[in-house]
Design a protein around this ligand. Structure first.
Ligand code: SAH
Length: 397
């Protein structure tokens, strides 16, 4: 294993178990590691600190282990088993009413660069680093051991997430299929509701598993309400609202493929078609054109407006405008569930954007709850950057 020596005084973050080594902290590379190789990381005085995947770029090493066990044959099996145990303890794995969950959440499961989502027997893998991309076969073998016969397929969906490098074949496809497995989509259960997930054609790994608890929160307040679900994707929030007894739900997304799935999900769950309307449109245009006071429960869950720090101020402006439009249109006595999934927008900055939005409308607005990502998107306490989903439940008079 090649070795990386840090500059004097730059070992502090690793001693606090932060899982990244920035290239600026590296004093010397002994050997000639290829990107994705396992390397050992040492302090300037030669003390062993950690092991991880070598990268070219601003992060030089993503740490897999603070003891010397990353090359152990059972490494991925051990980590994946521990991730599974957490989901089991949290009431997800083995649940009869929820058959989909995030199994591996990168740094949150001590596997930086790796996402694995579980859809009732199908594990969808997304590598965000060359090291994890190159480890796909080992990860597949580990999944087979941990799940046994329950594993029907492993699908690699890394083409949009792994860094492009010459020599890496970034083509999505199955890494494993059990005998007789053939479909590219499945019906999964979340909180007792049915959803069609297509991991090949869908966004991300096929479904936004991170909104499970917030969808349940919408369900708790939706009875008797007129609901507008903006940026609905396949209708997660809409289905929970309908199941909870919402009078009517309008679902809006700019993706026609997503809207087709919303219609199929409404039908699959047996709701009367006149309780739901699918609208394929730009959410902001739709909101601006909609009459004031039509809706008394609104969900605003846009895609990440800022993907990097440079986009922060534009993103905050966009959150403010969007939320001001939603608050302005809400009927007196409305609930608004508003979210940001931009990692670089922290919860204080988001709350400030929503505060400015409220002030712009002049309406009386109260914060009833602060919302976040669920337990299967756990945040490694030494890696606060893993906290990305934040939301507010507002009450508008
Ligand atoms: N709330 C969803 C997830 C939203 S992801 C759920 O619970 O599953 C963000 C969605 O916004 C995507 O489906 C994307 O197609 C949609 N989108 C992006 N830009 C949009 C726009 N300008 N208007 C409407 N929808 C948009």
């Amino acid at each position: 294993m090649d070795k990386i020596y840090l500059k004097k005084g730059r070992e502090d973050s690793l001693l606090r178990f932060h899982p990244w080594v920035f290239s600026g902290a590296v004093a010397q590379i002994v050997g000639n590691p290829a990107e994705g190789d396992l390397v050992g990381v040492f302090s300037s005085s030669g003390e062993f600190l950690a092991e991880g995947h070598f990268q070219i770029g601003s992060i030089a090493v993503r740490i897999l282990s603070f003891s010397a066990d990353a090359s152990k044959p059972s490494f991925f099996e051990d980590r994946i088993r521990s991730a599974y145990k957490l989901r089991e303890a949290a009431g997800l794995a083995g649940s009869a009413s929820t058959t989909c969950y995030r199994l591996v959440h990168g740094e949150g499961d001590f596997l930086p660069g790796l996402i694995i989502d579980w859809y009732d027997g199908v594990a969808v893998l997304q590598a965000h680093s060359v090291g994890m991309f190159r480890a796909k076969k080992k990860i597949t073998e580990a999944l087979k051991v941990v799940y046994g016969d329950a594993l029907k397929a492993v699908y690699d969906k890394s083409s949009g997430t792994a860094p492009f490098k010459a020599g890496l074949e970034l083509i999505d496809g199955y890494l494993y299929k059990a005998e007789g497995f053939s479909s590219d989509e499945a019906v999964v259960l979340e909180g007792g509701n049915k959803f069609i997930v297509n991991w090949c054609e869908g966004q991300k790994t096929g479904f936004f598993l991170d909104q499970r608890e917030n969808r349940a929160a919408v369900g708790r307040l939706a009875a008797g309400r007129n609901v507008l679900n903006l940026f609905c994707y396949t209708g997660g929030f809409s289905i929970y609202a309908l199941a909870a007894g919402a009078l009517h739900v309008d679902s809006v997304d700019s993706s026609s493929r997503a809207m087709d799935l919303v219609d199929r999900n409404v039908e699959l769950n047996g709701f009367a078609p006149d309780r739901h309307t699918s609208i394929c449109a730009d959410a902001i245009d739709f909101l601006k054109a909609s009459p004031e006071g039509k809706y008394d429960l609104l969900i605003v869950d846009p895609p990440a407006f800022a993907k990097h720090r440079g986009a922060l101020s534009n993103a905050l402006r966009a959150y403010r405008r969007l939320n001001a439009a939603a608050i302005a249109k809400a009927a007196p006595g409305s609930f608004i569930f508003t979210f940001s999934c931009s990692q670089v927008v922290d919860k204080e900055a988001f709350a400030l954007a929503v505060f400015s939005a409220a002030a712009e409308t002049g309406r009386k607005v109260r914060i009833l709850d602060r919302l976040c990502q669920p337990s299967d998107h756990a945040v490694n306490i030494y890696h606060p950057e893993g906290e990305y989903l934040k939301g507010l439940l507002l009450y508008v008079e």
